[in-house]
Design a protein around this ligand. Structure first.
Ligand code: PLP
Length: 227
């Protein structure tokens, strides 16, 4: 299937899941995850209606930035503090803030740019050792500390990556746990959860932004990373 046909199909599933959760398709943003895909493929997605793209590596954003049509860029992967300076003027949302150290670096760079940076707190709701993100019990403390020490950061909401399982139903309790924290903050507008295999469940549980790669672009060729 073409990129355009895949996007149309996902939009249809997105709408159906949104309706099941008492919402509309427009209430859920589709972020196309473009890691390991070429500027040509990304531009095809943009021509097919994509307004927001997600990358998980700083270097990939820098490599592609000038070769991709105007679009909103999202940093969705782990961000090292020493790389914040390269993307502070390029991305519209950082999904993966999980430490005060990282927040303070974003604060410093945003302040120097004279801007306010929108971020999400990444929650590791399954408490998986291998994943980044703060535990459910630590979220409020991090939010409080960022609010009191980082005036150039605007916390827009939360992000989570559910454990990868064959059955997307397995992700539901983890999405639900993050939605509960989200609901405690009436000022939050963005709940970034759901990927190719589990975005419909995520929407049913209240996600407002899904990050979909494989279902749009096909499988990623990780071998090309080595070059
Ligand atoms: C790669 C990636 C995605 C997209 O995953 P797919 O399974 O290809 O849809 C979403 N979120 C993050 C953080 C990712 O790194």
């Amino acid at each position: 299937m073409s990129i355009r046909a895949n996007i149309d199909h996902i939009n249809k599933l997105k709408e159906e899941a949104a309706v099941r959760s008492g919402r509309k398709s427009e209430d859920v943003l589709l972020i196309a995850v473009t890691k390991l895909h070429s500027p040509d493929e990304i531009n095809e997605a943009i021509n097919s209606g994509i307004t927001d793209i997600g990358e998980n590596k700083v270097q990939e954003i820098l490599d592609k930035y000038d070769r991709v049509k105007p679009v909103r860029w999202h940093l969705i992967g782990h961000l090292q503090t020493n790389k914040v300076k390269y993307i502070i003027d390029k991305v519209s949302l950082i999904h993966s803030v999980d430490s005060i150290k990282l927040a303070k670096e974003i604060e410093k760079r945003a302040s120097a740019e004279g801007k306010t940076m929108d971020i999400l707190i990444q929650v590791n709701s399954a408490e998986e050792e291998s994943k980044f993100g703060v535990g459910v019990d630590e979220v409020e403390a991090l939010i409080d500390e960022i609010r009191t020490t980082c005036p150039h950061i605007n916390i827009k909401g939360l992000m989570c990556i559910a454990p990868l399982e064959d059955d997307p139903e397995e992700a539901r309790p983890f999405f639900r746990a993050v939605k509960e924290i989200f609901d405690e903050h009436k000022e939050f507008t963005l709940l970034s959860m759901g990927m190719s295999n589990d975005f419909q469940v995520a929407i049913e549980e209240g996600s407002t932004a899904i990050r979909v790669g494989t279902a749009i672009f096909g499988n990623r060729d990780y071998r090309s990373e080595e070059k």
